[in-house]
Design a protein around this ligand. Structure first.
Ligand code: DC
Length: 217
């Protein structure tokens, strides 16, 4: 099973990472979270106040960045940024920064390099279409923005974090808009990807459905 790559695309908050983690464990594969890589670049830009509208400054910044994964942890230039890249500010910024071609070029090359040996479950927005068009399994996970906002709302409430449902819904809609309207590699289901609408499914049901797809490939 580990000599294949599995590509999973889908919008923000659809649960790609959670599901990819489950599947990676189940099939003895490695989960590559490409969103975390865009978040690392955004975090670097944010902390170092990089003017990313200046192509030279952006290129210089990109040349300074190394990203390394260690299990569930992600390191940016040796610093553990696993939690720091998950803030709302960085989420909103990553949606912008990921529309720059220099950023995508660097990260896509890195992702293709990592996956060359196979055995990866890769989640993102352009994995089925751009990063791994030859992946043995290609899946597009979808869910209504209401379902995604409600899941996030419950997650926050369970953790005792105060939040506003309408605000979460607005953020999801804004990120969907940015992800699907950018000029380069917009979020879109690849023609040959299998779509799974998870709006009314539990995590267990999604894992079961995706396992079926993987095993029947
Ligand atoms: O999946 P995520 O929310 O962690 O992704 C953060 C941002 O990065 C999101 O706005 C979309 C972008 N992204 C992308 O453009 N291409 C990918 N393969 C993965 C993420």
């Amino acid at each position: 099973m580990c000599k294949i790559n599995i590509a999973i695309d889908g919008p923000s908050g659809v649960g790609k990472s959670t599901i990819a983690d489950f599947l990676a464990k189940k099939y003895g594969m490695v989960h590559l979270d490409t969103g975390a890589m865009y978040r690392c670049v955004s975090y670097y830009i944010y902390v170092n106040n990089v003017n990313y509208d200046d192509p030279i400054e952006l290129e210089q910044a990109l040349n300074q960045i190394t990203i390394r994964f260690d299990g569930k942890k992600v390191f940016l230039n040796g610093e553990d940024v696993s939690d720091a890249i998950r803030t709302n500010d960085i989420s909103m910024m990553a949606a912008k920064v990921s529309s720059y071609s220099a950023v995508r070029k660097k990260l896509v090359a890195l992702q293709q390099d990592i996956c060359a040996e196979k055995g990866y479950i890769v989640d993102g927005r352009d994995i089925c279409s751009v990063v791994l068009p030859e992946a043995e399994v290609k899946i597009f996970m979808s869910a209504s923005s209401d379902a995604r906002a409600m899941r996030r709302y419950k997650e926050y409430i369970d953790k005792g974090i105060e939040c506003d449902y309408e605000q979460l819904l607005n953020d999801i809609n804004e990120r969907d808009y940015q992800d699907s309207h950018r000029a380069i590699s917009p979020l879109k289901k690849a023609e040959d990807a299998i779509e799974v609408d998870t709006s009314n499914m539990s995590i267990e049901q999604v894992v079961e459905r995706l396992s079926e797809i993987i095993e029947n490939r």
